[in-house]
Design a protein around this ligand. Structure first.
Ligand code: HEC
Length: 486
């Protein structure tokens, strides 16, 4: 009797000792949850040991019911004697793994519901393990013994669920079903996996060529479960929003874009992306990013509108779009424009193209002509004005004198007027361009006075106002808020 009393008190003492860090962890999770911000290197260093240490408590907790059941077989009665010790070890090792896990989550840029669920799962596993340890063998044959058994069953279930969530964090949300054979998938009535970008509904260059690059190389650190540097690259909006240090894509200017800069640094550079020695992008993938930014970083520009894209990297484009093209119909739509297009192509070689093989819409880029293109040349575009959907007049000699010609390009989605002489006057004349998604007036004399007109463009997503007279802290109306890019 004395022996058992002494044993109980030792257990109670250790039990109380374990309770203190457990409560501390709960407090930490409540008041300092993972918030996606990265912190000290050393905390991340220690945190990484979470992945190593976590398997210890998992194995111990799963072993307990095995011993409990096997110990009931007459030949192995001794097995049950070690359950007490095992539960103590499981509780303490769970606490260590939890502490490391909290360090990792809090300092390693994690946030979101996945990591929160994983952490609370871990806390409850440790708490249940503690409870089972405290109850084990104390109330032989009484109702509380039933609670012990029940606690054990729940703990096993919870360990599996928490481990699954952890797997999703490190291996991706569909890590268990990704390679599941179709037969099993059908039997379980799971939807078929999307096998990459071909399944994408949209045929834009961004969806087909750019998103897969991010998905394959970047989103493990810049995606739903981890936002290193507060940057996400898993949607067009997120890419354009940028990270902790602001915008990473400057439409039309790859060299000036942080995104492009990061992937073209020498591989050993601290700032090289993908970070931490992950496999660098291939030359083709880098090229795709460059072409996309150079062509205006549009969410909707058709995949085959960008010439010179590495073909094998965009082979999916062929599958998705070329099949759907009804050449005869396209020819028919292009026919009324044909002579005007041919004339203009002769006068200005290389500035005019169809937006895509299946389209009669036009893309005009005269920026390469520089000062050789001015207001007087604008008239030449007039016959085609309503077919032009993307226009780049950057670096040319145009002034407000061109505004009237631009104003009739009613279907413009992307307009670039970087480094030109245009002023507020031009912008005020463009108020009826209700298809406009992106306008770039970088390096012009545009002032905050021009911003009222921006509120009239219902589809506007980005207005690039860097190096204009618009200050970065300018007060803007609700309609324009969040759309200015400096
Ligand atoms: C292994 C994790 C990891 C991967 C994979 C990764 N990054 Fe990063 N990224 C980071 C970390 C950490 C930072 C913050 C430190 C820094 O700025 O260098 C960061 C920062 C950035 C920034 C700067 C954002 C800002 O506002 O400060 C850009 C841009 C970026 N990454 C782009 C990419 C691209 C593009 C890829 C894929 C080709 C990629 N990253 C893949 C970890 C990663």
């Amino acid at each position: 009797m004395t022996f058992s009393l002494r044993q109980m008190s030792i257990r109670t003492r250790f039990g109380l000792l374990a309770l203190a860090p457990l409560l501390l962890l709960v407090t930490l999770l409540l008041f300092l949850p993972p918030d996606g911000v990265e912190r000290a290197e050393w905390a991340q260093f220690i945190g990484r040991f979470h992945l190593l240490s976590i398997h210890f408590p998992i194995a111990l907790i799963l072993l307990v019911p095995v011993l409990e059941i096997a110990g009931r077989i007459r030949r192995f009665p001794d097995l049950r004697a070690s359950v007490d010790f095992l539960l103590a070890l499981a509780t303490f090792s769970a606490i260590v793994a939890l502490t490391l896990g909290w360090c990792l989550a809090r300092s390693g840029g994690y946030s979101g519901s996945l990591v929160t669920q994983h952490m609370w799962g871990g806390i409850f596993v440790a708490a249940l393990s503690w409870l089972c340890w405290m109850l084990h063998g104390r109330f032989l044959g009484q109702r509380l013994d039933f609670i012990y058994a029940f606690g054990l069953v729940v703990a096993v279930g919870l360990v599996s669920w928490t481990g699954y969530r952890g797997g999703q964090l490190s291996q991706g949300e569909n890590h268990l079903t990704e390679h599941m054979p179709t037969v099993l998938r059908d039997w379980l009535r799971l939807p078929q996996e999307d096998k990459g970008p071909t399944a994408a509904a949209s045929t834009s260059f961004f969806t087909i060529c750019v998103e897969p690059v991010f998905a394959g190389h970047c989103n493990s650190c810049h995606g739903p479960s981890k936002q290193r540097s507060r940057l996400r690259l898993d949607s067009y909006e997120a890419v354009m929003r940028g990270g902790k240090h602001g915008v990473i894509v400057k439409a039309g200017n790859p060299q000036g874009s942080e995104l492009f800069h990061r992937v073209t640094l020498p591989a050993g550079d601290d700032k090289f992306m993908p970070a931490e020695g992950k496999r660098p992008l291939s030359a083709d993938e880098v090229k795709l990013l460059e072409l996309w930014i150079a062509a205006g970083a549009s969410p909707s520009l058709a995949a085959d509108a960008i010439k010179g894209a590495p073909t094998n990297a965009v082979s999916t484009v062929a599958d998705v779009t070329f099949e759907e093209i009804d050449t005869a119909a396209v020819e028919k739509r292009r026919a009324p424009l044909a002579s005007a297009v041919a004339q203009l192509q002769k006068r200005f070689p290389d500035v005019l193209e169809y937006e895509s093989r299946g389209s009669a819409d036009l893309v005009v880029n005269v920026s390469l002509m520089g000062a050789k293109f001015g207001d007087k040349d604008m008239a030449a575009l007039k016959p085609l004005a309503e077919q032009i959907v993307v226009a780049d007049f950057s670096d040319t000699a145009i002034t407000d004198g061109s505004a009237a010609f631009i104003a009739v390009m009613k279907r413009l989605r992307v307009l670039r007027l970087m480094h030109t002489q245009v002023t507020d006057t031009t912008l005020h004349m463009l108020g009826d361009l209700n298809q406009l998604e992106s306008l770039n007036v970088f390096g012009t004399a545009v002032t905050p006075g021009a911003l009222q007109v921006a509120a009239r463009w219902p589809k506007l997503q980005h207005l690039y106002t860097g190096e204009t007279k618009i200050p970065a802290d300018v007060q803007v109306s609700e309609a324009v808020r969040g759309k200015l890019v400096f």
